[in-house]
Write a protein that binds this ligand. Structure first.
Ligand code: V0V
Ligand code: CO
Length: 145
């Protein structure tokens, strides 16, 4: 199965503050911002590099409330890496293949993700403690070199 790193996501209390930090330290640029009510986050994508099948990003996540996945994570663990997202050509196919290997899927079907992507999460306990997201980029965002 073809996979790439689509994004590494960081949970934070203050999105604007962390955007400024990542811009200053790594000279990254914000290419998209979104409020995703379903996932309970306000997020920003900072572009790192373009590659085969799509770009790679740092995703900064601020919770919309304490009773969301990122809100609970911050209360329990504090700020830091929240998940790693693998880019795949077909998220439904990847869910079937990886689910068939005994990994619990947190989503029954793909959901709306950043920049028009389709996403699904895998249980961190079945992936060595790493919350893992599968991302199918919006078709126009695939195939950059
Ligand atoms: C929880 N655990 C984690 C974790 N969050 N381990 C690694 N990384 C994380 N981020 C551990 C936790 O320490 C527990 O282990 C165990 O998993 C169960 O966690 P819990 O606190 O009891 O349960 P919840 O209710 O916090 O649920 C955890 C899960 C939840 C992972 C099931 O956060 C989830 O459904 N996440 C998927 C959706 C999501 O994260 N959306 C926000 C990003 P111990 O302590 O029992 O050993 S949205 C996004 O990325 C978008 C929109 C995008 O990319 O486009
Ligand atoms: Co993500």
């Amino acid at each position: 199965m073809f996979m790439r790193i689509d994004h590494v996501a960081i949970a934070c209390h203050d999105l604007e503050e962390k955007i400024a930090l990542f811009e200053r330290i790594f000279e990254l640029t914000v290419v998209a911002r979104e409020i995703n009510e379903e996932q309970g986050v306000k997020e920003a994508m900072l572009h790192v590099v373009d590659g085969d099948g799509g770009g790679s990003y740092i995703q900064l996540l601020e919770p919309l409330s304490p009773d969301t996945p990122v809100g609970k994570f911050l209360a329990k663990r504090g700020e830091g890496v929240h998940h790693v997202a693998f880019g795949v050509p077909d998220v439904t196919e990847a869910m079937g293949e990886i689910g068939g290997r005994g990994v619990r899927l947190l989503d029954e079907k793909p959901r709306h993700g950043s920049m028009g992507s389709s996403i699904a999460f895998l249980h961190p306990k079945d992936v060595g403690g790493m919350l893992t997201e599968l991302v199918q980029a919006r078709p126009t965002d695939q195939g950059h070199n």
